[in-house]
Design a protein. Structure first.
Length: 353
């Protein structure tokens, strides 16, 4: 019953908070900059949906589960990245300060909170990690995932839908493992993101997540993922499937934002441009260039995410290393196929112009 309450409380808190944020944004003229050439929407839209997501999640969790004392590093880390994103939504700041505060949040979560990746579970023959290597890998994982969700938040519904699916799966895994507080946290995330999507996908009362929302969601995704990896294989199951290849399954759930982030960074470095310089070469931009709508592009990537997670679950007997190699090859193949479609579509458009 507490899980239903967490979900509904977060859902209705977001549904109540967003209209208030929209009215305040209209009064203070706080809108997304539609003059940016990379922006798809050419109208003024509030971009503080992350405030509603944060409020909608933390209040029900705090009152329902009386946040355990050892959760304070998570709350402080979440507050740091949320405020960093909120400041960036008001006054854009450079990548230096953003990374500084993200690493501070990661250190709090990993070192003070002791939420770490403890083992690679024979991935490429690596097992348990020494403390220093565990801390380093975990901090980079947190910062990387924070930025991955920030970068994938480029069209309506995409980051929120990917995160909603992730937290829904994690809620089931935590529940089956008997970790009820963590399951409740994920249920609240699902409710908050569902409420946000109601407005984000609306044509009349649209609101964006903003950096404050995407950074906040990225940190929670990293926290929940590391908690999943810390659960023993004998306690981890999804529906009727025991999850033995945990790393491969978690990576499959995260691979859309992670692959897109790695891809654009590599392409920028190859082109001798700053990896922090924004462009319109993300996977969602490429799908839009084929004539898809934002909703269609979001739906396509969400279906792909579901397929990859299902493949990782169905073929987990192959082990983490084999599954990750297969996922990587599949993503590279699909990326190349998308490039071919883009070239063909460009030729067709030129012929009809």
């Amino acid at each position: 019953m507490l899980f239903v309450f967490s979900f509904l409380a977060s859902l209705f808190l977001v549904l109540f908070t967003v209209p208030w944020i929209c009215r305040l944004a209209a009064k203070r003229e706080l809108f997304d900059d539609s003059r940016d050439r990379r922006k798809i929407h050419q109208v003024h839209i509030p971009h503080f949906g992350g405030v509603a997501i944060c409020v909608g999640m933390l209040i029900p969790v705090t009152f329902t589960y009386y946040i355990a004392a050892d959760w304070w590093p998570l709350l402080l880390a979440a507050l740091i990245v949320f405020l960093t994103g909120l400041v960036d939504d008001f006054i854009p700041i450079g990548p230096g300060p953003k990374f500084l505060f993200q690493f501070i949040a990661a250190f709090l979560l990993v070192i003070v909170g002791d939420v770490r990746i403890l083992s690679l579970e024979q991935l490429f023959n690596y097992g348990d990690l020494p403390y220093v290597e565990s801390v380093a890998l975990s901090c980079w994982f947190v910062v990387g995932l924070i930025n991955a969700f920030n970068l994938i938040d480029g069209i309506d519904g995409l980051a929120a839908c990917l995160a909603l699916f992730l937290f829904a799966v994690y809620a089931i895994l935590f529940f089956n493992a008997g970790l009820l507080e963590l399951s409740g946290l994920c249920c609240s995330a699902v409710g908050a993101l569902g409420g946000f999507l109601y407005f984000n996908l609306s044509s009349r009362r649209k609101i964006f997540m903003g950096d404050c929302g995407s950074l906040f969601i990225g940190l929670l995704a990293a926290f929940a993922s590391m908690k999943i990896l810390a659960i023993g294989e004998d306690r981890l199951s999804l529906l009727s499937f025991p999850v033995t290849a945990k790393i491969a399954f978690v990576v499959a759930l995260l691979c859309i934002p992670a692959f897109d982030t790695l891809r654009v960074i590599v392409l920028r470095l190859v082109a001798r441009r700053s990896p922090f310089r924004a462009d319109d070469n993300h996977i969602h931009h490429r799908l839009l260039s084929l004539g898809l709508t934002q909703v269609q592009a979001t739906a396509m990537l969400c279906v792909l995410n579901l397929m990859l997670a299902s493949l990782a679950l169905l073929f987990q007997d192959l082990g983490n290393t084999t599954i990750l190699m297969l996922l990587g090859l599949l993503l590279l193949f699909l990326n190349g196929l998308l490039g071919v479609f883009q070239k063909k579509w460009s030729i067709i458009r030129l012929r009809f112009q």
